[in-house]
Ligand binder design. Structure first.
Ligand code: SAH
Length: 346
């Protein structure tokens, strides 16, 4: 594990402190497969985005966001997404498939190599500087819809022979799959972020359709249960600021009534536009007013700084290359899916 994760070695033959015989044996029973980078883009603000080839036609995106006190890697869990949130670019692409454990962990492995975060030859792995200090499952896909592969991947991120991150530095963000939140509470201890986006069911039904199945009250009960079980400090609720939709003072007041006195933090995300969306970003003054109402009413709220939007790497802008299998099968989007089905053409 140290050779692979700390030193970034992808060839068993190079693992020089293992016996020759063991190295040969490993090569016959296992393969270290690394995703291929199709394109890399760099933002003026230092954010980097990679498109990774998943197979002949599918591509996913991974984003690195450097900040003075930390480096966050935002990784994907699925090719596309089936949750169909109305304000998200990934949703527009539709859903193709779940990523495997190797494809999820492989994003971190590649970013480590590209960022030159691997321990150089002659330096003890433990002494190498940390360039990726946080991993967030906030890229393409709904991580809890790929529970089976996401949980083992997160264990590698936290394993001291893997990426050795503390449980507070690995964050899973979900649109609200309630049964899987209960399951996660029993099995894996990471920081939880929840995409709330509306203070009432009528509005959330529209923005985050999974709400029709698991309404806000059920979702919040699962969140508090998760914190109890995991002895966690608080849940971060994400709230995208959509002009004229969910950004009125009454929405802020209703949110405060919902979350006051609870171990909750609100993270307000200025909406990031993408081609074809009908939404607009709330004006800066409306976002500040919204935050102030929450803070005055006893709820901690912060505004997420937009990063990497010049390369379409900001929240909700990751589109990758997805051929929607469900829609192609139904024949509803076959014609529009065809032209974007080749990575080379992209
Ligand atoms: N499916 C998971 C993981 C995605 S996290 C989830 O929903 O939580 C990405 C975050 O960005 C989510 O909170 C999502 O709701 C938000 N988001 C999606 N589209 C956005 C957009 N266009 N502008 C800003 N934030 C957006």
């Amino acid at each position: 594990m140290k050779w692979i994760y700390r030193r970034g070695v992808a060839d068993f033959a190079a693992m020089s402190d293992l016996s020759q015989e063991f190295r040969r044996e490993l090569a016959t029973v296992a393969k270290i497969a690394v995703p291929e980078i199709v394109t890399e883009q760099r933002s003026a603000d230092g954010t980097r985005k990679w498109m990774l080839r998943m197979d002949e036609v599918q591509g996913i995106e991974t984003v690195y966001i450097p900040e003075p006190d930390r480096g966050t890697l935002c990784i994907s869990s699925q090719v596309g997404c089936a949750m169909d949130c109305s304000f998200c670019a990934t949703a527009q692409q539709g859903f193709n498939r779940n990523l495997s454990v190797a494809e999820i962990v492989g994003q971190v492995w590649l970013a480590h190599r590209e960022l030159e975060a691997c321990a150089p030859a002659g330096v003890a792995a433990a002494a190498a500087p940390r360039i990726i200090t946080n991993i967030v499952l906030m890229g393409m896909g709904e991580p809890l819809a790929n529970y089976r592969n996401v949980v083992p991947a997160m264990r590698v991120f936290m394993d001291d022979l893997g990426y050795d991150l503390s449980r507070r530095r690995v964050t899973l963000s979900t649109s609200g799959l309630v049964p899987q939140i209960y399951k996660l509470a029993e099995e894996c201890n990471v920081a939880l972020a929840v995409s709330l986006h509306a203070p009432n069911d009528a509005l959330r039904d529209e923005l985050v359709p999974i709400n029709r199945k698991h309404p806000i009250e059920e979702l919040l009960a699962a969140c508090w249960h998760y914190l109890d079980k995991q002895n966690g400090r608080s849940i971060t609720f994400e709230y995208v600021m959509l002009d004229g939709i969910n950004d009125e003072p009454e929405h802020a007041q209703a949110l405060a009534r919902l979350l006051r006195g609870r171990p909750a933090k609100l993270n307000l995300i200025p909406f990031n536009i993408f081609p074809g969306t009908r939404y607009r970003r709330s004006p800066a003054a409306a976002i500040v007013r919204f935050r102030d109402i929450l803070n005055e009413n006893g709820v901690i709220a912060t505004i997420r700084r937009t990063r990497g939007d010049d390369i379409d790497a900001a929240c909700g802008q990751l589109a990758g290359k997805v051929t929607d299998r469900t829609l192609v099968r139904l024949g509803t989007r076959a014609s529009s899916a065809a032209p974007r089905s080749s990575l080379e053409a992209g």
